[in-house]
Design a protein. Structure first.
Length: 86
């Protein structure tokens, strides 16, 4: 590996299953809010797990920067790994 490496992690997310559930059981929606935000947060957690596993696999010393971008159906996280030479 070179001194640093930038890698993009992409993951699609969908709210169709949640929307379908609440159409079938509207009484369950009472008192529950921010489903889209929670789904995005859960997807990000899965991506960060992959980020940590990749850093361990390539034996990176640290993560330099993390940039997140959330679109309608896609989350993109760009990570820069650093490794000391020597």
């Amino acid at each position: 590996m070179q001194r640093y490496e930038s890698i993009q992690f992409k993951q699609k997310y969908s709210l169709k299953l949640i929307e379908k559930f609440f159409k079938k059981f509207p009484e369950e929606k009472r008192g529950r809010k921010r489903f889209k935000e929670k789904e995005i947060q859960n997807t990000k957690i899965l991506i960060y797990e992959k980020i940590l596993q990749k850093g361990h696999k390539i034996k990176a010393d640290c993560v330099g920067s993390i940039k997140e971008k959330v679109d309608k159906e896609l989350i993109i996280i760009t990570v820069t790994y650093f490794k000391k030479h020597g």
